[in-house]
Design a protein around this ligand. Sequence first.
Ligand code: ATP
Length: 253
Amino acid sequence: MEKMLKMSSRNLDFYYGDFKALHAVSLDFFDKQVAALIGPSGCGKSTFLRCLNRMNDLIPISRVEGDILLDNENIYDPKVDVVSIRRRVGMVFQKPNPFPKTIFENVAYGLRVIGIKDQSFISQRVEESLYHAALWDEVKDRLHKSALGLSGGQQQRLCIARALAVEPEVLLMDEPASALDPIATQKIEELIHELKKNYTIIIVTHNMQQAARVSDVTAFFYMGKLIEVDDTETLFTRPKFRQTEDYITGRFG
Ligand SMILES: Nc1ncnc2c1ncn2[C@@H]1O[C@H](COP(=O)(O)OP(=O)(O)OP(=O)(O)O)[C@@H](O)[C@H]1O
């Protein structure tokens, strides 16, 4: 099947004040694929991820040069509405960050923000989102209890449900399992496998086994540069560059 280009960065430079954190990164992401971003601490993975839904706009000293295209439209074009970009490109963070509200209200939150008032529509979307985040069975009898009573792994799946509720096209995940135990991590990995049937997923991970398990393509970053991107299996078995090989064989990082 022909892969469809969903998102891409073109010659992306990123600065925190005078510090250049990304150097001319050009990278393509295809529809219904999982891409993993790997590399040693500080290489710019999270910075790059946050550029993809303009989360870095919130950092006053930051500056972006180059383009990021979503369905061929530059998301940094001044005409573009940032809120609509963040709706289309959802994000899940390293530490589960549910709001101190009920499980139901956490998932309904984004729908209320965009002005949806129809209660039966909201209820239906909450149920669907929890179902797609593989959490419905565990919470269906306690929807109106606090989200803070859930386990860490459940909270992270709740955050995924919250992101799914507004029907994003792309899902960004910044080390979504690094704060979780092995069983909760496995559930998140299985979930990623299911979600890629409907979404483009881009995941930052420190865990190379995880990248190998969940992703179709892997991109290796080093010191703010994209060194190499390839099919995950190829990158992990026949990397083209010395730095990639050194990293994946554990010589540094
Ligand atoms: N808000 C900020 N202000 C200034 N510099 C920053 C900021 N955030 C990140 N940096 C710097 O930008 C570089 C890239 O950081 P980034 O967090 O993107 O790396 P990373 O590869 O995701 O690292 P890690 O795996 O440790 O999370 C680092 O040198 C970091 O110190």
